[in-house]
Design a protein around this ligand. Sequence first.
Ligand code: NAD
Length: 430
Amino acid sequence: MPNSQASLLSDASKRLAKALEHVEISEDAIARLQHPKTSLSVSIPVRMDDGSLKVFPGYRVRYDDTRGAGKGGVRYHPGVSLDEVQSLAFWMTFKCALLDLPFGGAKGGITVNPKELSKAELERLSRGYIDAIADAIGIDIDILAPDVYTNAVIMGWMMDRYSTIQRKLCRGVVTGKPLALGGSKGRDTATAMGAFTVIEAMLSKFELAPNETTVAIQGFGNAGATLAGFLADAGYKIVAVSDSKGGIYAPQGLDIDSVTKHKEQSREMKAVYCQDTVCSIVEHQVISNEELLALDVDVLIPAALENQITQANAQDIKAKYIFEVANGPISSDADEILAKRETYIFPDILVNAGGVTVSYFEWVQNRSGWYWTLEEVNQRLQVKMKEEAEQVWKISQDKAIALRTAAYVHALSRLGEALDAKGDRDYFVG
Ligand code: NAD
């Protein structure tokens, strides 16, 4: 790996090494997959509202584009680093191959705490980011999308800025846009809908009835809160949820609709039950994120940030089934500890792939100018997620390997085929 300090990326490559033991793939293909194709670091000067100038570090990494243009979100977070963005781009490469989308893997990010910026500053930062990376992206080169602390509004600004630079409308360069700017129906709920489809398909193998299944969800943002709603509607007992400030735990189950409404209104996570506009607090415990992860529940869903379950706390995890909605929430050391306890870990590259799948649908719709109904989007998404989840399950059973390794094996076989078919033409031009 290119960066010796690259803890996340080298952790990700340990997963790759494990999967390579179970798949036939050429040495050439393996060598290429060890390194990101392009890693761009930029500095983004932003005029702040008080007249001062601040410069923010930004990144865009295209890990591999053999199967198609790079595809990946843009993250705004104080912890963003080149290592993190490279790891996320690596995961995107495997995720797109796993879902058989005609994309390679990419990712971007800015090291910033967006909560400290005004809306106008955020807009200048987002447009400045596109100015800085414009030469490295494009409809057939690398396509952006939302990730942690970025949203449809920001995607709209980015698409608009890129179109201004190109002197033509370039809707397909960014997905996750507002509907009015060419977004897809169902994109806002796609990650959660994809995860829900995988959870339903996989838990049915263990004959777990929803109303007897307790669930804890870490992270109550776009993915976590929407998924909590789908699971609650299907009858699952959501006993704990959390955000960056901490969590709430109610063994009798939380009313997710009420918790969501209350959070939208007050920005606070509270265990409440609302009737119309009146909300009353129900019996619950206030817990930390660490405590949420260690709860005695059937299903644990990390849906916040990476590296939440590591060697330090893996032995405390009691859930039998973990569905990774966040990217990389479990370190490879923790995988080993959890494997000994026979925990089923359904990996991020499968579980959270609904977002990129509907991003692909959005890109297709932008290119064709033919827009689909919500039912069409969700139906196509569910078919795809279920199909690939069943394949991963089958590989895991047939080869007696962990579900994560099976997912990498499945993606690697597609990636290897494409890399070998492409051959060395890039390297012998002229
Ligand atoms: P988001 O910004 O909407 O929400 C993130 C949530 O995590 C918030 O509730 C925040 O308060 C919480 N959080 C932040 N730091 C935390 C901490 N230290 N402990 C506990 N909670 C914390 O982001 P999102 O879009 O929901 O993404 C969440 C995860 O899912 C990320 O890992 C992201 O990469 C992954 N993901 C999201 C999508 C998508 O389409 N939204 C797609 C694929 C993967």
